[in-house]
Design a protein around this ligand. Structure first.
Ligand code: NAD
Length: 480
């Protein structure tokens, strides 16, 4: 049975859309339609921004509440999300091909944990403070909510990446228009149902699924005060240009091409490090922005590292996203599968040697690509320069730790990364030398308490942590 909606969640109500256009995402495991929702148009964006504006400007409303009061409703929303966990898992994996085992960890549980983390910050209150002035007297420093937020999200982790924006925005007292990606809309409607059930005031959260053009309309809308975007570097540039012209605050979480640095002393026993290696290099079918897809190996152990990663890639269970044992599902769309295959062809043409995968698995249907490992390519190859957004790793040789750090930093991106070593302290020393927004030692998972984001072409600004809350606040100094 496919899921079908006829109305949009705007101003706390389910209202008829302005047109009869629909978005019908395709299940990439089965190539069948997963469901359908109305496709938002600019008139729907107008209605949603108006609703968010009214909710924000209400002098006794959400933005004027004490943060502690908002925290209570955020906790209630987290409960409503948890109560719908099975629905989220099913909807997400049926739209973007995320294996249910991955969705159960990262598209439920994790988003509500982020929400509870920010509810905790709001519950602590203390957003405003009085401090002594350098010239004497006192100054009240106020942290006011920024206003109406346009949250533009991609398809790869639709719930987690929505929550990276929704949770701090709610804690700060902002109101939002969420624009999900057309590939993943069904889960966004479940979120809207949870928002309704939690009893958030009308207009605080509005959901309008739409494509790029309507997304661009939202970003430039005169009623919007702040834009929070996760997606490709190309779209991020376009959005940054608009926000620059409008002097509109914007947070950009963009692409990556991170390094997994294997040090001389690293243990490559897959039984021990397999899970951490999976999360940091191939999570979500390789469609994760922070993955260490450039594996840097000491030249003395190059063959051994290539063999270990190839064995690891070959060992992964490829199959439909709905199967509990699946570790690698399909690419989210046929276009994405074609892009990944074009990258593999490019790697071949640049004389890379495929040591695992490299083709479509033998499955009747679905947009699958085998987990693939390339050897023999340098850091200047296309595969090492460009984000592939698929299960493709390139193992690159280095000579000494300084060379490893140099190669890691020789990238247009700087989002994630890992260091693999038997000596965690030394690993941390190496990690600190990498120019990247986040990096892990022998593990990688973005923690709600720590700022997450990138340098260089990986973006501007941070989500998560107290810093992520500050991105939704406007400072006002009152000289008393
Ligand atoms: P995309 O940039 O094409 O689309 C992302 C979202 O932006 C979608 O909702 C889309 O409709 C919208 N959009 C596209 N162009 C727009 C414009 N000009 N104005 C307004 N909205 C616009 O990205 P995608 O292909 O859906 O997602 C994959 C990309 O996202 C990858 O490059 C990946 O690295 C990146 N990503 C980054 C992070 C991070 O935190 N840094 C996390 C996940 C994904």
């Amino acid at each position: 049975m496919t899921i079908s909606y006829q109305t949009l969640f705007i101003g706390g109500e389910w209202i008829a859309p302005s047109s009869s256009e629909v978005i019908a995402p395709i299940n990439p495991s089965t190539e069948e339609v997963a469901g359908s929702v109305p496709e938002g148009q600019s008139a729907d964006i107008d209605a949603a921004v108006d609703a968010a504006r009214r909710a924000f400007d209400d002098p006794f409303g959400w933005s004027a509440w004490e943060p502690e009061r908002r925290a209570e409703l955020m906790e209630r929303l987290a409960d409503e999300l948890d109560a719908r966990a099975d629905g989220f898992v099913e909807r997400v994996s049926s739209q973007n091909g995320m294996p249910v085992a991955v969705a159960r960890q990262l598209e439920v549980g994790y988003p509500s944990a982020v929400l509870r983390y920010y509810a905790g910050l709001a519950a602590k209150g203390g957003f405003d403070e009085v401090r002594p002035g350098f010239f004497g007297g006192e100054i009240e420093v106020r942290r006011r909510p920024l206003g109406v937020v346009a949250a533009v999200v991609p398809w790869n982790f639709p719930q987690a990446l929505t929550m990276f924006k929704l949770a701090p925005a709610l804690a700060a007292g902002c109101t939002l228009v969420i624009k999900p990606s057309p590939e993943t809309v069904l889960d966004a409607f479940l979120l809207a149902e949870a928002v309704e059930a939690a009893g958030l005031p009308a207009g605080v959260v509005n959901v309008v699924p739409a494509g790029r053009e309507v997304g661009a309309y939202l970003v430039a809308h005169p009623g919007v005060d702040k834009v929070a975007f996760t997606g490709s570097t190309a779209a991020g540039r376009a959005i940054a240009e608009t926000c620059g012209r409008l002097l509109r605050p914007v947070t950009l979480e963009l692409g990556g091409k991170s390094a997994a640095i294997v040090l001389e002393d690293a243990e490559l026993d897959l039984a021990q490090i397999g899970e951490g290696l999976f999360t940091s290099t191939l999570l979500n079918n390789g469609q994760t922005c922070f993955l260490g897809t450039r594996v840097l190996a000491p030249r003395s152990r190059y063959g051994e590292v290539v063999d270990a990663f190839s064995a690891f890639a070959t060992s992964l269970q490829v199959g439909p996203a709905s199967a509990p044992e699946t570790q690698i599902g399909p690419m989210a769309t046929a276009a994405q599968r074609d892009r990944v295959e074009a990258c593999i062809a490019k790697g071949r043409s640049e004389h890379g040697q495929i040591t695992a995968g490299g083709k479509r698995p033998e499955l009747d249907r679905g947009f699958f690509v085998e987990p693939t490992v390339f050897a023999g390519l340098s850091n200047s190859s296309t595969l090492a320069r460009e984000e592939i957004f698929g299960p493709v790793l390139t193992v690159i040789a280095y000579d000494g730790v300084d060379d490893a750090v140099r190669i890691a930093n020789d990238s247009d991106f700087g989002l994630g990364g890992t260091v693999w070593t038997a000596d965690p302290e030394r690993g941390a020393e190496v990690a600190r030398r990498v120019r990247t927004g986040t990096i892990g030692v022998n593990r990688y998972i973005p923690d709600p308490a720590a700022p997450f984001g990138g340098v260089k072409n990986s973006g501007i600004g941070r989500e998560l942590g107290p810093e992520g809350l500050a991105a939704y606040q406007q400072l006002q100094s009152v000289y008393l």
